[in-house]
Write a protein that binds this ligand. Structure first.
Ligand code: SIN
Ligand code: FE2
Length: 218
C-alpha cells in the first residue's frame, strides 16, 4: 500500500457484489438496448475540446453532456437529437433500495471504458440537488477507483471496483473528488469484447415539493 491511510469518508459506501452474475447479465442487456437507441459517443472537454478517453451516453429524462461550451444536463442526445431512453427498472429499484432519498434520479450516465481509458479526478457538481447521493454500478472489467475529499488536494485512497459492485457517494462524500486511474483488462467475462461500463445515477433537480408554496396558496 503506497496510499496514505485516511479516515473513512462519511457517506462513502461500497456494496461489493451487490449484483450477482444473473443480475449483471440482465443489466448488461438493458444497457445494450439503451446504447442501441442512444449511441455511445466521445464527448469533448470544455474550452480545450480535447476528447474524453471514455465514451458516453445516457438514459433518463436528463443526460449529462460535455462539449467545448461546458458541462450540462439536457433532455436529448447531442448527436441524434432524440430524447434519452428511460432508465432500466433494475436501476430505479437499486436507487429505491440504497439511495435513501425520496425522489427518483432523472439521470443515468453510461460510461464505457476501453482498456486504456481513464477518468481524471473530478467532483460531481453539475446537479442542483446535493442532498441526494450519487449511486454508481460497475459492470465488466475491474477498475482502480480513487477517492479523496471535498478539496482537490485532500489525500486520496484507491480501491478496486469489480463487476456488480455498487458505490454510493452521499453525505460528506457527495462532493468528494473521485476518478478512475486504470482498467484491469480481462478481469471479467461479462462483456465479450472486454472493457468496463459504469452507470451513474444522479438526482439533478431539487424536488418540486421543496419549493415553498406561494403565500396565496398557504
Ligand atoms: C464518474 O465519476 O463519472 C465515473 C466513475 C466510475 O467510472 O466509476
Ligand atoms: Fe463522477
Amino acid at each position: 500500500m503506497t496510499e496514505p491511510r485516511t479516515t473513512p469518508l462519511e457517506g462513502f459506501r461500497l456494496v461489493p457484489g451487490r449484483l450477482d452474475r444473473a443480475a449483471q447479465e440482465t443489466l448488461r442487456d438493458a444497457i445494450r438496448a439503451v446504447v442501441a437507441a442512444a449511441p455511445l459517443y466521445r464527448p469533448t472537454m470544455p474550452r480545450t475540446g480535447k476528447p474524453f478517453s471514455v465514451r458516453m451516453t445516457n438514459c433518463g429524462s436528463l443526460g449529462w453532456v460535455s462539449d467545448q461550451t461546458g458541462y450540462r444536463y439536457q433532455p436529448t442526445h447531442p448527436l441524434t437529437g432524440e430524447p434519452w431512453p428511460p432508465i432500466p427498472p433494475m436501476l430505479l429499484d437499486l436507487w429505491r433500495e440504497l439511495g435513501d432519498y425520496p425522489e427518483p434520479p432523472e439521470a443515468c450516465l453510461v460510461n464505457f471504458y476501453e482498456p486504456d481509458a481513464r477518468m481524471g479526478l473530478h467532483q460531481d457538481v453539475d446537479e442542483e440537488d446535493f442532498a441526494a447521493p450519487v449511486l454508481s454500478v460497475s459492470l465488466g472489467d475491474t477498475c482502480l477507483f480513487r477517492i479523496g475529499g471535498p478539496k482537490r488536494g485532500d489525500p486520496t485512497r484507491s480501491l478496486r471496483l469489480a463487476s456488480g459492485d455498487v458505490v454510493l457517494l452521499g453525505g460528506a462524500a457527495r462532493l468528494a473528488f473521485h476518478g478512475v486511474d486504470r482498467i484491469y483488462p480481462a478481469t471479467s467475462t461479462l462483456l465479450s469484447q472486454g472493457g468496463r461500463i459504469n452507470l451513474t445515477l444522479r438526482r439533478v433537480l431539487k424536488p418540486v415539493d421543496a419549493i415553498p408554496a406561494p403565500e396565496f396558496l398557504r
